[in-house]
Design a protein around this ligand. Structure first.
Ligand SMILES: Cc1cc2nc3c(=O)[nH]c(=O)nc-3n(C[C@H](O)[C@H](O)[C@H](O)COP(=O)(O)O)c2cc1C
Length: 361
């Protein structure tokens, strides 16, 4: 495991190993969107990861999609997150705040009263989402953002970067996949706009590009990362033509290349014509973090082969806070309990059914 356990420099961050904790929404924030002491405990227990990427955090109430998920939109949110970052740093770790605007993947019952659900175009996503108040509900019908409003949302990401730095985060990550707002702009099936944010590849990539530029302007490129998954159809994400995906991501990555981001975080795909890691290696010069369904052996081999520089692990980190030590000593991760992924309280979150060293998979 020498490659996976080797240190790595990513932007301004010195990572003590290449075992990254992938971002995972766990719905343990307050209903108001503030970070909780439970979250502090959860992340602090995983500080031995080379880097922790937090659950998706909405840059505004409008951007919130799921119940009990966090929001970072003003100074009143800082204390909760400062406690989290201090605890992770005290454990020797590094932590990145993931900016996640859900766009149309949202329901009004999950956000503050009056907060709208918005999207590049007024196209409702097919599917249901859980709400604490009303149970499973169809996704909201979104309202199409005006051109000026898109600029305002870019401003929300700018503010997010500033607040994240103030809260002590080492960097921010823009979530631009899985059917959320930046991905809705990138995909030709969900973006039917004819203004400067839609109608051509150059215009569809404009929204995520402007977000990155705004964040870089506030906190510097060495504190900004990006997460993508070309070809991902999660949350009813559709492209109008099969060839659009590669064209879009070639244009996006070529434009981003000179920015010098702290890292690019790429979810690989197991089917389809495009090899996402190969594409990213071709068009990105800096640190590349790979994700999806890795175990330690494959992750180490991928780094050795030069396919990526680090690997993020999602599900393995859920019930295995000491994943890095397990990998170092050749032990298996624990089983996680899927029933407690999004439930409130400590069960399956800070109180694990399978504590370290017991009931390995
Ligand atoms: C419970 C859960 C919540 C997730 N929430 C997010 C999220 O907020 N942001 C994100 O980018 N990905 C999210 N993901 C995707 C993970 O980051 C990761 O891509 C996925 O789990 C695959 O990695 P793995 O095979 O190592 O688990 C989530 C995954 C899980 C299991």
């Amino acid at each position: 495991m020498e490659h996976l356990l080797a240190p790595l420099q990513a932007g301004n961050m010195t990572l003590s190993n290449r075992v990254i904790m992938a971002p995972m929404t766990r719905s343990r924030a307050e209903v108001t969107g503030n970070a909780t002491s439970l979250m502090k405990e959860h992340y602090a227990a995983r500080a031995s990861a080379g880097l922790i990427i937090t659950e998706g955090i909405a840059p505004s109430e409008t951007g919130k999609g799921y119940c009990r998920t966090p929001v970072l939109d003003g100074p009143s949110r800082l204390a909760g997150w400062r406690a989290v970052t201090d605890a992770v740093h005290a454990g020797g770790g590094r932590i990145v705040a993931q900016a996640m605007h859900c766009g149309r993947i949202s329901h009004a019952a999950n956000k503050a009263p009056g907060a709208e659900t918005v999207a590049p175009s007024a196209i409702q996503a097919d599917g249901l989402m859980y709400t604490d108040v009303e149970g499973m509900r169809p996704f909201d019908e979104p309202r199409s953002l005006s051109t000026d409003e898109v600029v305002e949302v870019v401003g929300e990401y700018r503010r997010f970067a500033l607040l994240a730095a103030e809260a002590g985060f080492d960097a921010v990550e823009v979530h631009a996949t899985s059917g959320y707002l930046p991905a809705q702009f990138l995909s030709s099936g969900t973006n039917r706009r004819i203004d400067r944010y839609g109608g051509s590849v150059e215009r569809r990539i404009a929204f995520p590009i402007e977000i990155l530029e705004a964040m870089i302007d506030e906190i510097g490129a060495d504190m900004v990362g990006l997460r993508i998954c070309p070809g991902n159809t999660f949350n009813d994400l559709i492209d109008a033509h099969p060839g659009d995906v590669e064209e879009t991501f070639r244009a996006l990555l070529s434009t981003i290349r000179p920015m010098g981001l702290a890292y690019l975080h790429v979810i690989r795909r197991h089917e389809g014509p495009l090899d996402n890691l190969e594409l990213a290696r071709e068009l990105h010069d800096g640190v590349l973090i790979a994700n999806d369904s890795y175990d330690a052996v494959e992750a180490d081999a991928e780094i050795e082969a030069g396919r990526c520089d680090a690997v993020s692990f999602g599900r393995h980190f859920l019930a295995t806070p000491d994943l890095v030590a397990r990998i170092a000593s050749g032990q298996e991760p624990n089983r996680f309990d899927p029933r407690t992924l999004y439930t409130p309280g400590p069960d399956g979150y800070t109180e694990l059914e399978n504590p370290a060293g017991r009931h390995p998979t």
